[in-house]
Design a protein. Structure first.
Length: 196
């Protein structure tokens, strides 16, 4: 037997649940049933469900439906500020917050949340990689963005060891030299560890 399309499933759920006028409650019921049938990717935008029902001339309360959150809106809001950074300190804070959210969603079995965390990390990596090659930044800023790119790559590959890896990375001579260069400023021409 052929599996019904999402559109067919929306109409089937409407009939099965003996729904009358479609409000926020009915849209939520339909979306839960879609997720049960198709998995986490089965959820549809509330307006799309309303459109399908309206095409069948079923009563839809559009004034309520258009005020509903989309199934992914909570994730979009949560991760909106976690895709960019302007400094090494911000990059570390963003990655630690991404890691925290990733673990929370992983523990809760929330695959959508896990996917959003990884997507945000990929966007952070792309942004930092682009800035690491930007001629508008000074050398130190480009080095820092390159460092954040490396950190994000490590997190994406092995999130379970990232926190330990970061502490080890920060203990290396190369990292300490980069920090010394940052604190000494661009006008200081002496090399770290050497006296003028």
């Amino acid at each position: 037997m052929k599996r019904p399309t999402k559109q067919e499933m929306v109409l089937e759920i409407y009939d099965r649940e003996a729904m009358g006028e479609v409000t926020v409650r009915e849209i939520a019921i339909i979306n839960r049933a879609l997720v049960e049938e198709y998995g986490e990717g089965g959820a549809m935008q509330p307006a799309e469900i309303a459109r399908i029902l309206n095409l069948e001339e079923l009563p839809v309360r559009f004034d309520q439906i258009f005020r509903m959150d989309s199934p992914t809106e909570k994730y979009e809001l949560l991760f909106r500020e976690l895709t960019t950074c302007g400094s090494l300190e911000e990059g570390e804070a963003v990655l630690r917050r991404l890691d925290e959210l990733y673990r929370e969603f992983q523990q809760a079995g929330d695959k959508t949340g896990v996917r959003f965390a990884r997507t945000a990390a990929l966007q952070l990596k792309q942004q930092a990689a682009g800035l690491s090659a930007s001629p508008t930044l000074d050398d130190q800023q480009r080095v820092e963005m390159g460092e954040i790119t490396q950190w994000t790559s490590v997190w994406l590959q092995t999130p379970d060891v990232f926190a330990q890896w970061l502490e080890l990375r920060k203990a290396t001579a190369a990292y300490k030299t980069m920090i010394e260069m940052k604190t000494s400023g661009p006008g200081d021409q002496t090399q770290p560890g050497k006296t003028g």
